[in-house]
Design a binder for this molecule. Structure first.
Ligand code: NCD
Length: 355
């Protein structure tokens, strides 16, 4: 490591399992090892992640080509249950489900947090009675997708579409796919995650998937106020300046300032933030010449990223969006494997609409 890329702090040691600890079964998997729920990428086996990425890759089409469609999920009903505003992710899940032939219902639920757990389960049980097979859930509160996953019937799956600041697993997978398309050898990559890492579920899921795929170096580049706690992001190097954090990086992943997770007092001044942490062409030049630039969107242009970088030749931000539908198709297909049309005919009255 050269002197000018020396991190501000050394990588955090990683928690080691107790020597007598038994491996716990992964609760997102069925006993036969297939994927049932997708709530987090943490602890998901690498081969399963790679299979999902391979399947997603096979579903990506070049811009302008018609998207792939199939009837694989005919007879399956998917409910998108979003209690936090989202257009992109919701539309991406909706298109993914429809392109596989599923029926889709979208619900935007506004609940006060005090009554949320209980009311959410009431909503879930109602939808289960309406033969919903897959719940796609976004919620600002930690634990809601997991609570639903524990409460549904065994044939029902739950996919997180963003849980508080903790997890956004399909975003992590689409980010990994986007990197893999340009830079398939993770072991030699230096990946910089830049900005409000502390409040970012995107950063946490990206960290889990990049680690699983064996990324050479993951750097966290953030102002001190947006640095995550020391116990998190084990093995990452930490930098408080772009000059050090971007040096010779292969991947520059910018993050949105998560205003909704901050008090008014800790909101940054936009101009000052851009002056220190905004990604400009000059700063991007610190990274490798072929570095790629990512952002999960929505972008705050002129605060986190300059428009000429966001729209420039190194940006893969639109690839991320395109890959998002493919990844969600791959995940839906994995959790519903073998269920599609059979599910329709197995039900009382099933098959009547398909004569
Ligand atoms: C992300 C989210 O909501 O977590 N956006 C998205 O899924 N399209 C990222 C963000 O809001 O910063």
């Amino acid at each position: 490591m050269s002197a000018d890329t020396r991190p501000d702090t050394q990588p955090q040691p990683e928690a080691q399992p107790r020597p007598d600890a038994q491996p716990r079964p992964e609760p997102q998997l069925r006993p036969d090892g297939t994927l049932r729920h997708l709530l987090t990428l943490e602890s998901l086996p690498r081969d399963l992640i790679e299979r999902l990425l391979d399947r997603a890759e096979s579903l990506v089409r070049p811009a302008g080509a018609p998207p792939p469609t199939s009837t694989e999920l005919e007879g399956v009903t998917v409910a998108n249950l979003f209690t936090e505003p989202s257009t992109r992710t919701r539309v991406s899940f909706e298109l993914a489900a429809k392109r596989l032939g599923a029926q889709v219902v979208n619900l935007e639920v506004q609940l006060s947090s005090r009554v949320k757990g209980e009311s959410m389960l009431d909503t879930i049980y109602t939808l289960e009675a309406l033969y919903v097979d897959v719940f796609v859930i976004r919620d600002a509160e930690a634990g809601v997708p997991g609570l639903v996953a524990e409460s549904v019937h065994p044939h029902v799956s739950v996919l997180s579409a963003g849980e508080a600041h903790l997890a956004h697993p399909t975003q992590g997978l689409l980010d990994a796919l986007t990197v893999r398309q340009r830079k398939p050898h993770f072991g030699s990559l230096a990946i910089a995650m830049v900005g409000d890492v502390r409040h970012s579920r995107v950063a946490r899921s990206a960290y889990h998937v990049f680690r699983a795929l064996g990324a050479g170096e993951i750097r966290i580049v953030a102002p001190p106020a947006y640095m995550p706690e020391a116990a998190e992001f084990g093995g990452c190097t930490r930098h408080t300046t772009l000059a050090k954090g971007l040096k010779d990086a292969d991947v520059v992943m910018m993050l949105r300032i998560q205003k909704e997770r901050m008090s008014q007092a800790s909101l940054p001044d936009a101009d000052r933030y851009f002056a220190k942490y905004g990604l400009t062409p000059e700063r991007l030049a610190l990274a490798k010449p072929d570095a790629i630039v990512m952002h999960p969107q929505p972008m705050n242009r002129g605060i986190e990223i300059a428009s000429d970088v966001a729209d420039g030749p190194q940006s893969v931000i639109r690839d991320q969006v395109r890959n998002g539908v493919a990844v969600r198709m791959a995940v839906l297909s994995a959790v519903c494997a073998g269920r599609g049309s059979r599910a329709a005919v197995d039900r009382p009255g099933g098959g009547l609409t398909r004569s």
